[in-house]
Design a protein around this ligand. Structure first.
Ligand SMILES: [Zn+2]
Length: 205
């Protein structure tokens, strides 16, 4: 990971404050790792002639941001190891309750998924919500009144073939329901699971 060019090479860089890089880049070359007076390590940045070129800019060891390769591989994201470990050490407090929680390996976080309820009904026998003051004709004249998640699922599979391998309750994992226009769309981000209302076979049609 490299700090973008700054200092005399790029005085307009975002990190520049009063003509100096606020993160103190480019760092001085250093043949071996030492401890500074403030107890921060001064990591080795040998002047070994290695240069990395990116978008026309040339980076040396002076621009390498501290990293811990195993953590980077594990989390596959930006990690500023120096600051975050210090914040963790400064901020942590392990009292008896926390120690007990960790010893017994209880979860320290909770995950929950959104659940989409999927209606099941025979043709034209779905639920319709309406206000008490509305007449039957008004309700029936409403746009898309005959559409439900179930009928829209049939419609989607009639028009497109990308969801044909999924059965109804699996559909919300990959498609999102737009209740306003009553259409399914391919899902971009969040995960969700679908659950159908229970229907006993013994009830018949
Ligand atoms: Zn900088």
């Amino acid at each position: 990971m490299l700090h973008g060019l700054c200092g005399v090479d790029n005085p307009q860089a975002k990190c520049m404050v009063n003509g100096k890089c606020s993160k103190c880049f480019p760092k001085e070359y250093r043949e071996r790792t030492d401890w500074a007076e403030d107890n921060y390590p001064l990591y080795a940045r040998p002047n070994n002639g290695l240069v990395f070129e990116c978008n026309g800019a040339r980076f040396t060891n002076q621009y390498v941001v501290l990293y811990y390769s195993q953590l980077l591989l594990l989390f596959d994201c930006h990690l500023n190891v120096e600051n975050e470990i210090k914040a963790h050490l400064d901020g942590r407090f392990i009292g008896p309750i926390k120690a007990y929680w960790k010893i017994f390996e209880f979860n320290i976080y909770r995950e929950s998924l959104a659940v989409q309820r999927l209606p099941i009904h025979l043709p034209n026998e779905h639920y319709v919500n309406f206000h008490a003051h509305q007449t039957v004709n008004e309700v029936l004249a409403r746009q898309n009144v005959k559409k439900t998640q179930l009928t829209a699922w049939f419609d989607y599979n009639f028009a497109y073939d990308d969801g044909l391998s999924l059965i109804y309750w699996q559909f919300p994992q990959h498609y999102t329901w737009n209740a306003k226009v009553k259409l399914w769309h391919p899902r971009q981000h969040a995960r969700i699971i679908g659950r159908m209302y229970f229907m006993s076979l013994s009830k018949g049609e």
